[in-house]
Design a protein around this ligand. Structure first.
Ligand code: NAD
Length: 299
């Protein structure tokens, strides 16, 4: 059993923290939102009045925050110097590689071991303890992080040194964004060419057009396994979050000098879908913009 501070109990963190409690850990939780704190309390966490109070005698500090600026601010203003220097810092948020590396450098300068450990899998996987963690950090820090992450995970994979978890996450999601758009285009065109979409799925899912976006997350209602397409694109992975990840990927591509024309096109298309009111829909809902059946919601 370890004393774990958990900061950020929103859609993801709110599902993850109770799995640590179930595994026998003592979890001290803090969030700026009273509603999130009340839910964490119901999940067996101990409410803290501030980040400082949560981390004060923690053996590990987990953060699950919206973006890089929150991760940097929480660590620099509320964790460094407040948590014991023996505490392992684990940031599970999805943030830009540069901020992840700079916060990890500052942590090391203050004597802390830290890893970036972003996740694949959405709200259901967070609650079900079946997330995939991609971890960046030293071998020693990874070895310490793995048993803490295990109760929340289907897989915990060491991606490499500091920032490597974030790098793996955005490269993966850039592939996902682009393959989803390509899959949507394929189905929309198949329909215009008069193909039956179930028949096209039966063919393409066993041919070279196959991908996760097609066989596990088909964007067409009633075709393939049950997906958000069968629920009017509600639930799942919001288009606004896909856009966030594509923007992070494009920033990283620019700083690394990587040529990513498909990623850049996917970013532009998701930006257009979000601008037309699709941000709250599952990202596969972009098929409705591609086949021109999307109705812009009224203000
Ligand atoms: P969320 O907005 O629901 O939760 C973030 C929480 O952080 C909120 O409850 C907010 O009040 C809290 N917070 C913000 N600033 C804080 C501070 N200074 N101190 C304490 N608490 C603070 O977001 P989410 O959907 O849970 O996503 C969290 C992270 O996980 C994001 O980086 C996101 O990109 C990533 N992610 C999300 C999903 C998903 O499907 N939602 C999937 C994979 C990864």
């Amino acid at each position: 059993m370890a004393r774990i501070a958990f900061i950020g109990l929103g859609h993801m963190g709110g599902g993850m923290a109770p799995n640590l409690v179930k595994a026998g850990h003592e979890v001290r939780a803090f969030d700026l939102s009273e509603e999130a704190l009340a839910q964490a309390d119901e999940g067996g966490c101990i409410r803290a009045g501030s980040t400082e109070e949560a981390v004060k005698d923690a053996e590990a500090v987990i953060t699950m925050l919206p973006a890089g600026k929150h991760v940097a601010e929480v660590h620099r203003d509320h964790v460094f110097g407040k948590a014991p220097s023996s505490a392992l810092l684990i940031d599970c948020s999805t943030i830009d590689v540069a901020t992840a590396r700079s916060v990890e450098e500052d942590a090391a300068a203050q004597g802390y071991a830290m890893v970036d450990a972003p996740v694949s899998g959405g709200i259901a996987a967070a609650a079900g303890g079946t997330l995939t963690f991609m971890v960046g950090g030293s071998d020693e820090a990874f070895a310490r992080a793995q048993p803490i992450l295990d109760p929340m995970a289907k897989a915990v994979i060491h991606a490499g040194g500091p920032g490597a978890g974030q790098a793996a996450k955005i490269c993966n999601n850039m592939i996902l964004g682009a393959t989803m758009v390509a899959t949507c285009e394929g189905f929309a065109m198949a329909k215009k060419l008069g193909l039956d979409l179930q028949t096209f799925f039966d063919i393409s899912s066993k041919a070279s057009g196959q991908s996760w976006s097609m066989t596990s997350y088909c964007p067409v209602p009633g075709v393939g396994p049950e997906t958000p397409a069968d629920h009017d694109y509600e639930g799942g992975f919001a288009a606004a979050l896909m856009l966030k990840d594509l923007k992070l990927a494009m920033d990283a591509a620019q700083s690394a000098g990587a040529y990513t024309p498909m990623g850049s096109e996917a970013e532009e298309l998701f930006q257009r879908f979000v601008d037309r009111g699709g941000g709250g829909k599952d990202f596969s809902g972009i098929i409705k913009m591609i086949d021109d059946s999307w109705k812009v919601p009224e203000e």
